[in-house]
Design a protein around this ligand. Structure first.
Ligand code: ADP
Ligand code: MG
Length: 693
């Protein structure tokens, strides 16, 4: 029997009531107790001379009572003066019993623990823990005292005792909590042994480095954090194996069809597009589902790449699906793909959540009987009631809103044909390679690292909002020359409603100031049809100026738009600003982006806006974003499953995130049997959920 996998109730004195409390801390087994790490520590291992104590310091002091009396301040309190030869300090009790009062006779030796603060009588400790010293020295604590996260009805002493029991059990049965990282790898990566780490964290020796324990740089914490990241990485790789356990249609080559498509394009493909297409073609030819992430900066031409991949599927007798995160984007893709594919005799269907009634039934029927060869839509595409005749390829645009679970769910869409569709995921968020490889370990990575030729980089300026009239004049001027402009209103509060109101107010104001212009508005609360209508009008040049919320962030393509105003850019992350800015600079004319900020700017905001002015290189901006905001924000942790971590902290452990891929690879080579237990240890049920899909 594995002692440490037993439920907590296996411990003496732990009944159902206590087990319920522990469950609130996500502690079910004895091993869970061991991975419940302290928030901080108290040093009760030495006695601090009173004369050296400072306000704010937590310490054990020892001395004898000099005097004790009840005093009337704002509140009545018992004040006990304690001296130790080096100094004097007061213990103050606001709640006390007569018996307690009796204890503190002058000359009585006393040991107390608490936080010193500056009080009316000099340094004071309010309600210290204390003990009268009977005769001789009672020993101080042997280890630093851990303070754990706890829950109502469970005090520190009790929790500490339980964890102490679990540690003792671990020492008696060291094999019951195996260190799954082999010694050779521990050495290579500089990782202390697991059991040693757990002792170091639950019972640090008096000389332990409290600072590194507090800030997480202690080797024991780093080791556990790395192990946790490793487990996540391994589970992503497992997702990949699960998806690839089933066959996929072999799609040898759609060369003929692809050549006809390319011939009708008004441009030739960039080298980067060709290279990525080759990588995709190689995947599609294998009877294993492709799982590929294509990263490419805004405007790098991902849509054409998607189209060519779809043609390979269609030429191979399969259906392809293109999913976008918003209706606006999906609609735009729908139009683009229809314009591209209908001349080739390919039927393109549309499906979004708002498509109802007969139209919906028609699309569903066309997907089921295979008439529709390509379908474009939103998440609605992957709902349960949508069935494909033979889905061979699913293309997902803008990866960061699409999670691992959905990726697994996609598998089912190929079930009718007994085949899992290939998956092509596209994102404009250029994440540094090492980071991408750990966050998306279930995907292969392709990068379109070249923009189509002939683009003039967008000129970016930052302007304080008191110069708004100049900016308005600039719009007037650009539109008079036949160009178009965007005015982007950023989030005011975490409220879409307010954001939309603000956009409406801005539209009204600009309409007043620029009466000669045709001004449109799009925001998240408008009906999809309304939004599409406005976008279409803007694209057709019927509108000069489009006031929008950040809903236009991704993908919208209007080459004639050459001016963008972003209001309060200091509220947005760099990557988001970069995405927005990518809406302009799509044509041959020189484009401008005005960052209309609200002064005063913090140093941090100034630095961010400076980055936007200095570069248009998405990868450099992503690097900077990572530096300024940390990986959690940049990756959108909710989708990557990196959010629910117990010990690892993406911010603090960024360097670990960059090493974990290497460790995972080495582990799978040297100790593949460790993978499953590590996933189980750190993800437990969650890993199970991935597995069920
Ligand atoms: P994104 O990668 O941001 O999705 P798009 O696919 O929307 O970029 O492409 C941006 C614009 O560049 C589109 O107008 C598209 O037609 C055009 N484009 C794509 N590839 C090329 C190329 N090789 N040469 C010139 N223009 C291209
Ligand atoms: Mg795009």
């Amino acid at each position: 029997m594995n002692e440490l996998q037993q439920p907590v109730t296996a411990l003496k004195g732990v009944g159902e009531a206590l087990a319920t409390k522990l469950a609130r801390l996500r502690i079910a087994t004895l091993a869970d107790l061991l991975f419940h790490l302290p928030l901080r520590y108290q040093d009760r291992t030495r006695i601090t001379p009173m004369g050296t104590l400072k306000a704010g310091q937590e310490a054990v002091i020892e001395g004898e009572v000099a005097a004790a009396s009840v005093v009337q301040g704002r509140r009545r309190s018992l004040l006990v003066r304690l001296k130790d030869g080096s100094g004097i300090i007061s213990l103050r009790f606001f709640h006390f019993s007569p018996a307690q009062q009796q204890q503190f006779r002058p000359g009585v030796p006393l040991r107390a623990f608490g936080e010193a603060r500056a009080g009316a009588t000099g340094l004071e400790i309010y309600h210290p823990e204390y003990r009268l010293l009977a005769s001789g020295e009672a020993p101080v604590e042997e280890h630093l005292t851990p303070i754990y996260p706890t829950t109502e009805g469970l005090n520190q002493a009790r929790l500490r005792a339980l964890i102490g029991q679990a540690l003792a059990l671990l020492d008696r049965h060291p094999d019951d909590l195996r260190d799954w990282i082999p010694e050779a790898l521990r050495e290579r990566f500089g990782l202390p042994e697991l059991r040693h780490c757990l002792h170091a964290l639950h019972e640090p020796p008096p000389e332990a480095d409290l600072d590194s324990l507090a800030d997480g740089h202690h080797p024991a914490i780093r080791r556990l954090a790395l192990e946790e990241l490793l487990a996540h990485q391994l589970s992503l790789r497992q997702v990949r194996l699960r998806i690839q356990a089933d066959g996929a249609p072999e799609l040898p080559s759609g060369r003929g069809l692809q050549a006809r498509f390319v011939a009708q394009l008004p441009f030739s493909l960039t080298g980067a597009q060709r290279r990525v297409l080759d990588e995709i073609a190689a995947d599609l030819q294998r009877p294993l589902p492709m799982l590929r992430l294509v990263q490419g900066d805004v405007g790098s031409g991902k849509t054409v790449v998607a189209a060519l991949a779809a043609l390979a599927a269609i030429a191979g007798g399969c259906q392809a699906a293109v999913m976008a995160p918003t209706e606006i984007l999906a609609e735009q893709h729908f139009r683009t793909f229809r314009a591209w594919f209908e001349p080739l005799g390919i039927e393109v269907a549309w499906l979004a959540g708002k498509l109802k009634g007969k139209a919906r039934l028609d699309t569903k029927a066309a997907l089921l009987d295979g008439r529709a060869q390509l379908v474009v839509g939103t998440h609605a595409l992957f709902q349960d009631d949508v069935h494909f005749q033979r889905l061979g390829l699913a293309i997902i645009d803008e990866q960061h809103r699409f999670g691992v679970h959905q990726r697994l769910a996609l598998r089912e869409k190929g079930e009718a044909a007994g085949l899992t569709p290939h998956q092509l995921v596209m994102t404009a968020t250029p994440i540094p390679r090492t980071l991408a490889m750990s966050a998306y370990a279930d995907l292969d990575l392709s990068v379109i690292d070249e923009l189509p030729p002939g683009r003039t980089p967008v000129q970016t300026v930052a302007v304080p909002d008191e110069r708004r009239p100049e900016v308005v004049a600039r719009i007037r001027h650009a539109c008079a020359e036949g160009r178009q402009a965007y005015w982007v209103c950023t989030l005011i509060e975490e409220s879409e409603a307010l954001q939309c109101q603000a956009a409406e107010a801005t539209r009204d104001e600009l309409t007043e100031q620029l009466p000669e212009l045709a001004i449109g508005l799009v925001h998240g609360r408008m009906k999809a049809a309304e939004k599409a209508e406005v976008m279409a009008a803007f694209k057709a040049g019927e509108l000069d100026l489009l006031v929008a919320t950040t809903v236009i962030e991704v993908g919208v393509d209007v080459p004639n738009a050459s001016l963008m105003i972003i209001e309060n850019p200091e509220r947005l992350g760099l990557s988001q600003l970069h995405q927005l800015r990518g809406r302009v600079g799509r044509g041959a004319t020189e484009s401008f982006c005005v960052l209309l900020y609200h002064p005063p700017l913090s140093a941090h905001s100034r630095e961010r806006l400076a980055v936007m002015r200095e570069t248009t290189d998405g990868f450099r901006i992503a690097e900077k974003d990572l530096e300024l905001r940390g990986p959690g924000e940049v990756l959108g942790t909710r989708q990557t499953g990196l959010a629910q971590m117990k010990i690892a902290d993406l911010e603090r452990d960024r360097d670990l995130l960059e090493r974990v891929g290497e460790l995972a690879k080495a582990l799978l080579e040297q100790a593949p049997e460790a993978s499953e237990p590590l996933i189980q240890r750190w993800l437990g049920d969650e890993a199970g959920r991935y597995g069920q899909v």
